[in-house]
Unconditional design. Sequence first.
Length: 566
Amino acid sequence: MTNKEIVSLLEEIALLLDLAGESPFKGRAYTNVARQIEQSEEDVETLVEEERLREIKGVGDALEQKITEFVNTGKLQYHQDLRAKFPESLFELFGIPGLGPKRIKQVYEELGIDSLAALEEACKNGALSALKGFGPKMQDKLLTGIAFAREQQGQHLYNRAYLEAKRLKNLLSEEKSLIRIEVAGSLRRCKEVVKDVDILASSKDPAKIMDRFVNDAEVQLITGHGETKSSVVLRSGIAADLRVVTDAEFPFALAHFTGSKEHNVAMRQRAKDRGLKLNEYGLFADGTSKKCKTESDIHKALGLPYIPPELREDMGEFALENSPELVTLDDIVGMFHSHSRDSDGQNTIEEMATAARELGYHYLTMTDHSQTAAYANGLTPDRIKKQHKKIDQLNKTLDDFVVLKGIESDIRADGALDYDDDVLASFDLIIASVHSGLDMSEADATKRVVTAVENPHTTVLGHPTGRLLLSRKGYPLDYDKLFDACLANNVAIEINANCKRLDLDWRYVRRAKERGLKLCIGPDAHSTGGIEDMIYGVGIARKGWLTPDDVLNCMTLDEFRAWKKG
């Protein structure tokens, strides 16, 4: 039982309680504990075994019993009883951005709307107009949200799929008959959301690999079990496919099951133009496959440099003359965008610094929330002074590591930052981010963000569109105007590595690179464990064609300070 499964359960219970009309405090108790678990490094299953659940803030008798039941049995009767009160199709509505439990309760109880289809019909036939708060503007917004929800069905956040793939790969690697194994598909290409997990293996005994795969304890449903391919649905809800081939076929299969449809079409045409035939089984000339031990050998045979997996989208990679030296996690020397217990983080500044240092970083910027973010215990000017003294004292004790004084300043509605100039001038770095008023036109959103970028104290524009993957679209931006402003004001743009964001989108990351902008990879870490989310941001950076020269936190501290001065 993973912490993520427990968090998901608690979050759904909170939603169901709100939908059932229970006191908001009751649902909030589950949400608060879910946040504590999400940001904790402790394994809840271990806490249950050692009877230490009460160490989690907010866990009392009732929640201790419920979490224990779920961990020990894999289900919770209380949750099932709550869910049984509503038709299953009703839960489709929770995927619509901006339609919270109160509104879902309203449309369900007053109009009997219990599915995406029913809500769409009510928007179109005018039935929704009878409800308070559901005027024409709201209905148009819902129709957009319904389309978005349908697009996202069956999609999963990258980190959820990544962790499942990593676990499965490790499990299958224990099989002695295994020769090679790799994760393929959109996960290997570092797409921001993925539909399933694809794993490819070569083996002298495929049956043993297949048996280990389908008998994994996390398998909920076996949807296929053959000699060369098996398919399952995991308890997490993610579908996973395993293909086993001969080792001679492995590089061809890996290339085929990694590339996008468009990339593979272009690859096959390139082979055809050279009198060859390419498929997942080989690269054939007169019926005989060329010997290629790696994907690089295939590319070489087709007159190409090695194309990294992240670039295989048929978006310019075939024009490459050399394989690009894309940024790696090892290239990152500084860590931007972190939160401590002083605002809404789970660890002290010292604990965050120690964790970053142990992971090999040389500096960390402490960027707690600013005062407008009252919901996140944002820092007032007096508290900022106290934090800066704390950082000064900590830096005196650190060897070859520096904590920089930063803030994640809310961008106000008019584009202003969150403090007076004298307070803003006290920081080493300021990340300017929008956290409210996300329902803006492109013109208004662009004006607001550009105004913040033009503030001489802004160093980095944080999660530029405010999107939450699988939950809400980001606000629209005129990227040409935004990039112009960033260039003119020496402001970097963040790739927020939190998998709910992964914002800036990789497509615009590449455009920013082409304009000569610096980008900054920030984990938005609210705990020591969150620092490790950097790997996801690096994946998006690579997908956006970034090299170490493009990334702000590949700079040494001296280089960063020189860049900041312009």
